[in-house]
Design a protein around this ligand. Structure first.
Ligand code: NAD
Length: 335
């Protein structure tokens, strides 16, 4: 029987790396922070599938609500999960420190940080015994995070959803560039959504992967089915880069809003001119109502490889099986 046709995750070999050991999971696969998606249902489904689910702190209206969401997740899974805290420009800057205190106080063992220079957060979380996976988009940022004491780095290639930075380096170069320079384990992020991508990431020197968009198109993702269908329908050419002119680039799904934002930016604009189009509150409403043209929907180039909406367990099982087979096929090429 081929490994891909085996019926449950328990039949498949685990993937043991420094990342799976850090996370305490069967597979070194992380569901990265996703604004308005990283709720308890999402994180728990991923963790129950043998990967590492992550709550998105800023999707909670207050730090107190985050504490309740962490408890709610504990009611849905007995497996390890983490919390993402992202520091980027925001219309109403959140009380980051108070969110951090909740993460530390709630007994979370691993947190994902992302965005601008979170050195003070890293020091404080580390002092409290919380392990840190820092997500960044450049080798120089990864090296700086390593010096600041993070436990692993997620290196986010240009293919990714959300904020890819301004250097535009794809994962095929960025992942080995990071792997060559860092001593701590790296996690490949951006453009991964199947077993081929997982196999490639391991071959490039990563010890785990981070996925976002692929997890949005799963049964358990807490977003409207119309949005999931829009992801399935999209090709790899159906993302757009907004905020390029503001040096806060974000890759999002091509839709009426993102096209209008790009056109407005081309003409030259300030953030205030597009604020009504891009606000997180508007994107959140679109995700919930299932109206993909009404707000910004984050999506990476991997949408071109998403053509179904499986459960998280099926997705992970399929990816691990396919990864195993792809690596075996590659091995067989050696004469
Ligand atoms: P928001 O409504 O505050 O802002 C909407 C978008 O506009 C965000 O992408 C933000 O970065 C950008 N933005 C805001 N002010 C800006 C400015 N002055 N110049 C350039 N760009 C600006 O966003 P939100 O949806 O309420 O999210 C809150 C925060 O979480 C934002 O900083 C956002 O970037 C960040 N975020 C987190 C994740 C995650 O996975 N954790 C993913 C994406 C974004």
């Amino acid at each position: 029987m081929s490994i891909a046709s085996q019926s449950s995750a328990a039949d498949l070999p685990a993937i043991k790396t420094r990342v799976s050991e850090l996370l305490g999971t069967r597979y070194p696969i992380i569901q990265g922070g996703m604004q308005w998606v990283g709720f308890a249902e999402m994180a728990a489904a991923v963790s129950n599938a043998g990967a590492f689910g992550v709550l998105t702190a800023l999707s909670q209206p207050t730090p107190e609500a985050l504490a309740r969401e962490i408890e709610r997740t504990r009611g849905l899974t007995d497996q390890p999960f983490g919390v993402n805290l992202t520091i980027l420009p925001a219309i109403n800057p959140p009380p980051y420190e108070a969110y951090l205190d909740v993460i530390i106080g709630s007994g979370i063992k691993v947190m994902e940080t992302a965005g601008n220079n979170p050195k003070e957060f890293i020091v404080k979380a580390k002092a409290a015994g919380v392990k840190i996976v820092h997500k960044c988009v450049a080798v120089r940022h990864a090296l700086s995070a390593e010096r600041n004491g993070v436990d692993a780095v997620s290196i986010d290639g240009f293919e990714c959803a959300g904020h890819p930075g301004e250097d535009d380096i794809g994962g095929l170069v960025l992942i080995p560039a990071a792997a060559r320079r860092l001593g701590i384990p790296i996690i490949a992020s951006g453009g991964i959504g199947d077993g081929r991508g997982l196999a490639a990431a391991l071959a490039l020197g990563a010890e785990g992967i981070n996925m976002g968009t692929r997890f949005c198109a799963t049964i358990e993702a807490p977003i409207h089915d119309n949005i999931k269908q829009a992801l399935v329908a999209a090709s790899e050419r159906d993302t757009r880069l907004i905020f390029r002119t503001l040096h806060n680039t974000a890759r999002v799904l091509k839709n009426a809003i993102s096209v209008e934002v790009v056109e407005t930016e081309k003409r030259g604009c300030q953030f205030e001119d597009i604020r009504h189009l891009v606000s997180g509150a508007r994107g959140k409403a679109a995700l919930a109502a299932g109206t993909p043209d009404d707000g910004i929907v984050s999506a990476g180039q991997i949408v071109g490889l998403i053509d179904d909406i499986p459960s998280c367990a099926t997705l992970i099982r399929r990816m691990v099986a396919e990864c195993h087979e792809r690596l075996a096929v590659s091995q067989s090429y050696f004469a």
